[in-house]
Design a protein around this ligand. Structure first.
Ligand SMILES: *Cc1c(COP(=O)(O)O)cnc(C)c1O
Length: 235
């Protein structure tokens, strides 16, 4: 059994170093980038170790796993990010545990979140997930649907849209990923001046283990990194 703490701390140091270098290449300080440690491949012990090593924003792509881990790690100051598809019938249970929903992928989901958040007097930070590559297997708003939806947002008082999120194309490697990230940034830049009051598009969540450095070069403010942080402790 590897020494969990040593291995995960080493992985975290490596990833943070690469984030700092990529941030410097984009003319920004390392602190401009939020690292979300994605814990979906590992159990509670590894997740706890990562949080205790200093990575306190954690992400899960399944509501059930997020709930279980959030409950097990409730003694730690973790900010939980929901990064995967959230079904509307899971919103009520997960909302109290979530600090940010990065994967708001349809008007109906946002409507459901607003309605349920109203009942607990919350304003839920969220990102709109955009299917920037257009792949049919992906969730998210069509890029052309984001602007009309932003106009509707003024009616939702219990959600706080802070930016956009995407996943890069499954194929095409880093070149395709860079194109996707640049496209999301372009969309954000175009829409920034058209936001209704209370909506800001400051955040761009893009980049995973294989492409987070490219994402930062293209303007990411949030990167979601899983496997690179658990290298050597998962199969
Ligand atoms: C799994 C996942 C990640 C992290 O993936 P890695 O390649 O392991 O870093 C990031 N974002 C989303 C939406 C995911 O589902």
């Amino acid at each position: 059994m590897p020494d969990l703490t040593a291995q995960i701390s080493e992985n975290l140091r490596e990833v943070r170093g690469r984030i700092a270098d990529a941030a410097a290449r984009s003319g920004r300080p390392a602190e401009a980038i939020t690292l979300v440690g994605v814990t979906k491949y590992v159990g509670a012990a590894e997740s706890r170790t990562l949080a205790m090593a200093g990575c306190t924003a954690l992400g899960e792509s399944r509501p059930q796993q997020l709930c279980e881990k959030a409950e097990t790690l409730h003694d730690l100051q973790v900010c939980w990010h929901m990064i995967g598809h959230l079904q509307r019938n899971k919103v009520r249970r997960t909302l109290p545990l979530i600090d940010m929903i990065e994967s708001a992928d349809s008007p109906r989901l946002v409507e459901a979140i607003d309605r349920i958040a109203a009942g607990c007097s919350r304003r839920v930070p969220m990102l709109l997930e955009v299917n920037i590559s257009g792949e049919t297997a992906k969730h998210g708003f069509d890029p052309t649907a984001v602007e009309p939806f932003l106009e509707q947002l003024a009616g939702y008082r219990h959600v706080e849209v802070r930016g956009l999120m995407c996943m890069a194309s499954f194929t095409g490697g880093l070149e395709a990923a860079r194109r996707d990230f640049a496209a999301l940034r372009g969309l954000r830049d175009r829409l920034r001046g058209k936001c209704p009051q209370g909506v800001a598009l400051d955040e761009l969540s893009m980049g995973m283990s294989g492409d987070y450095e490219v994402a930062i070069e293209e303007g990411a403010t949030i990167v979601r990194v899983g496997s690179a942080l658990f290298h050597g402790v998962m199969e």
